[in-house]
Design a protein around this ligand. Sequence first.
Ligand code: KIV
Length: 280
Amino acid sequence: MARENKVRTTDFRKMKKEGRKITMLTAYDYNTARIQDEAGVDSILVGDSLGMVMLGYDTTLPVTMEDVLHHTRAVVRGTKRALVIADMPFLSFQVSPEKTVENAGRLLKEGGATAVKLEGGKEVLPQTKALIAAGIPVLGHLGLTPQSIHQMGGFKVQGKVQAQAEKLIEDARLLEEAGAFGLVLECIPAPLAEKVSGALNIPTIGIGAGKGCDGQVLVSHDLLGMSGDFSPRFVRRYANLGEEMQRAFSQYISEVQNGKFPGEKESFGMDEETLKKLYG
Ligand code: KIV
């Protein structure tokens, strides 16, 4: 596909203005990114959720820069049109603005991402400003921020009480002012997300934040039914690939065991004379 068709960070604001919903999905590998891109998704997030759905950790905290870089490169190779955003893993940006620019720069330079996402509001304003000053587009992330899971006491809906909601509204305003091109709102009440979205010029991308957001994002494994029993209320399952994969793997195992696989169709023949010469 021609370069002109590529979704750019500047298209996000345009889409909001025109009332066009922005679609975003997570991907961590070449083929999934390729399929999502061909399906027409606007944006692909190489989320640090990769730690949980690809690497089997209980939280996103152990994810490293090398992990995100590795998966970002694969996703970029599979993507022609969608905007690829790489997530900044835990401690890649919390330490200092200088370290943040270095790490985010690697995600663009070595990973090929177009933008980065980082969790937090006022606390990460210096980092956000430093990135934007360096020409690195930033997607903010407020509400349930999984890297602060231990501080939040678990994966819980955020912004239900007034003080929390007020902080979120202020954080959103500050991130927009700092130059973020969009904002992920995770697990907050739908009416709050709608108000925040209405107060901003940059688009909000919701996950568990209701339909009043300017776009939506889901973790692909969740919507494909590949996350086992994990199925939070905000996820809609569009397929049951986990079950389908298990069925296919079981059938393969039994067909190998009972000699049905491989058959003639899946095997290569050879000239009889040549074979005879080898074994007499
Ligand atoms: O890591 C991730 O996949 C995310 C999305 C859930 C927004 O941050």
